[in-house]
Unconditional design. Structure first.
Length: 574
């Protein structure tokens, strides 16, 4: 870790953001909490990580190296054993006959460099890199999952064991489960699916919203793997006929990862789905979520209101909870009392009172929300409005001075209003309490390492024209200053896609971003709601007032090179 005096010197000398007073306060906090100054600066988003380490390299006269997207030969990486690399935050990324090139987050750590010189017989040439770049490089110590499984399988006795607890504690089974979990984290998966078939056990990861087959294991691994996961999640290993839900955590290097486990009986055994939830993950900013500047202003204005409802809508897996957590991250201040009722609690937020529903004992969204109102909250988050009782209490809370955040399942923003009135909430109460409605989907981003320009072929143009009017496309892109000189029609417009590379597993995509439809409940919309207008009439009024639909938001992001036309059409098709 870079020493505090060097970090302070870098920040002040290079004018990276915080002034002298802020640095002094942070330094005091660092000493009191025994947290390195550099960690405080980065966790509070006071400096840009890349800028900080680049400037540190200049001051310390050490070259900066970016490891993201850089191919590192395995024989070079393995010159430094994984435990040494992890313990000392160092990786070898290249070498020649005389030198070994090291990337470190603290180039002043000469003791580690000297240790490597003695062990390898090569002269260390130290470079500085960022925490995130080093973390990416450390992940590469993991071998291919199939290769690991092959080794484990060779050492596994072919006979099926009848003792489930004993099977779960066998070293090969422990290694298999550990490898499945670790590689899911390394691949950036959001879910792990373990699916029993007649003759094999299929392992699939959901990566960027798409299920990807990882491998198949012999059927005789099934009982041991299921038992092992049940033990980790503190579930009944001898229960096979009813669904079970649990949770467990593992530590991977500096990361703590929680796994939410769901097990259901199926024809060929028990199917397991595990959701990966990073512990201590910081809420994303509205920019990171993918809000366009004009839309972000609407959201920020709604958040600033002391009462009313902020509703997020979309299908399961569209990122609604992530959006609400991000809004909570903005609202979470020392002088504010925030309570949430969720099903389940996905991320732990420091300073927020989080509760999980338990229908078995009568603790539902409605009963929990009613209890919250007796605890003087300023802000309430309800995981989902599912029924009339919850809807009525949420509206009542919004009327009596609380800011209420919640989700519903509708296809677009305007349909949310009739959905609430169908639940039995009077239209005048819906119009009076609703500040803003956000509908969303998640689309895959283009891989930055293999991104290239291209022009649409005839089939793509025809598909696009089914979703948009040609004149509307031109208008949208003109209003957002996205048309280059000479781009007068679709045939001439330049868009982007990923060719596929090793960094994105040849998919052309890496990561996901939201596309949004944000409807502000202004006077015209209020008037329409009170007239019992349907969703089509609400949508027409909102669009006349400047609302950007989800498809249009996606089109803008495709022209900006964030995602592809094909991806937008995939997630917005009716």
């Amino acid at each position: 870790m870079l020493p505090a005096n060097i970090v302070e010197k870098i920040v002040l000398k290079c004018n990276l953001g915080p002034d002298m007073e802020v640095c002094k306060n942070l330094k005091d906090e660092s000493e009191k909490t025994e947290t390195p100054l550099i960690e405080l600066l980065l966790s509070k988003n006071l400096v840009d990580e890349s800028s900080l380490f680049t400037k540190a390299g200049e001051i310390l006269n050490v070259p900066f190296v970016s490891l993201k997207g850089r191919d590192i030969r395995r024989d070079i990486l393995n010159l430094i054993p994984s435990p040494v690399a992890n313990a000392n935050n160092v990786v070898a990324f290249d070498k020649n006959e005389k030198e070994i090139l090291l990337a470190m987050t603290d180039p002043t750590d000469l003791q580690t460099a000297e240790f490597i010189r003695r062990k390898t017989g090569l002269e260390p040439k130290i470079h500085i890199t960022t925490f995130s770049d080093l973390k990416d490089a450390l992940h590469r110590y993991h071998a291919g999952l199939e290769e690991e499984m092959k080794i484990i399988q060779e050492n596994k006795d072919e006979e099926e064991t009848g003792d489930l607890k004993k099977a779960a504690e066998e070293l090969p089974i422990i290694n298999i489960v550990s490898s499945i979990l670790e590689h899911a984290v390394y691949e950036g998966a959001s879910d792990i699916h373990i699916e029993p078939n007649e003759k094999e056990l299929a392992i699939r990861y959901r990566i960027d919203g798409i299920l990807k087959s990882v491998m198949s294991l012999p059927k005789n691994f099934q009982s041991g793997i299921v038992a092992r996961i049940k033990i980790l999640a503190n579930l009944k290993i001898d229960e096979h006929m009813v669904p079970q839900d649990g949770r467990f955590k593992i530590q991977l290097q500096a990361d703590k990862m929680a796994f939410r486990v769901s097990i259901i009986p199926v024809y060929d055994g028990e199917k397991i789905v595990m959701r990966l939830l990073p512990e201590g993950a910081k809420p994303l900013t509205l920019d990171q979520l993918g809000f366009l500047p004009s839309v972000k202003i609407l959201v920020e204005n709604a958040i600033k209101k002391p009462n009313g409802m902020i509703l997020v809508t979309g299908p399961t897996g569209s990122g609604k909870t992530t959006t609400l957590y991000s809004v909570l991250g903005i609202l979470n201040q020392p002088g504010v009392n925030i309570s949430t009722i969720e099903d389940p609690i996905e991320y732990r937020i420091q300073g927020v009172n989080q509760s999980q529903i338990n229908p078995k004992i009568g603790f539902t969204f409605a009963s929990g929300l009613r209890a919250f109102l007796r605890q003087d909250p300023n802000i309430i988050m309800v995981g989902e409005i599912r029924d009339q009782e919850t809807a009525e209490i949420a509206v009542h809370a919004a009327m009596t001075g609380h800011l209420v955040l919640s989700t519903l399942h509708t296809n677009d923003a305007p349909t949310t209003i009739p959905r609430l009135t169908d639940m039995g909430v009077p239209p005048f109460l819906v119009s009076y309490t609703t500040n803003i409605v956000m509908a969303q989907r998640l689309v895959r981003k283009i891989c930055p390492y293999c991104k290239k320009e291209y022009k649409l072929d005839r089939a793509s143009i025809d598909a696009l024209l089914k979703a948009f009017d040609a004149e509307r496309i031109t208008t949208i892109l003109k209003e957002n200053n996205l048309l280059k000189e000479g781009e007068k029609n679709l045939e001439e417009m330049v868009f982007y896609k990923g060719e596929g590379c090793s960094r994105c597993n040849n998919s052309g995509h890496k990561g996901r971003v939201g596309i949004y439809e944000v409807m502000e409940v202004n006077q015209e919309i209020i008037h329409k709601i009170n007239e019992h207008a349907d969703s089509n009439a609400l949508k027409d009024t909102a669009r006349k007032n400047g609302m950007i639909t989800m498809s249009e938001d996606g089109l803008i992001k495709a022209k900006m090179g964030v995602t592809t036309i094909a991806e937008i059409l995939r997630v917005t098709k009716e």
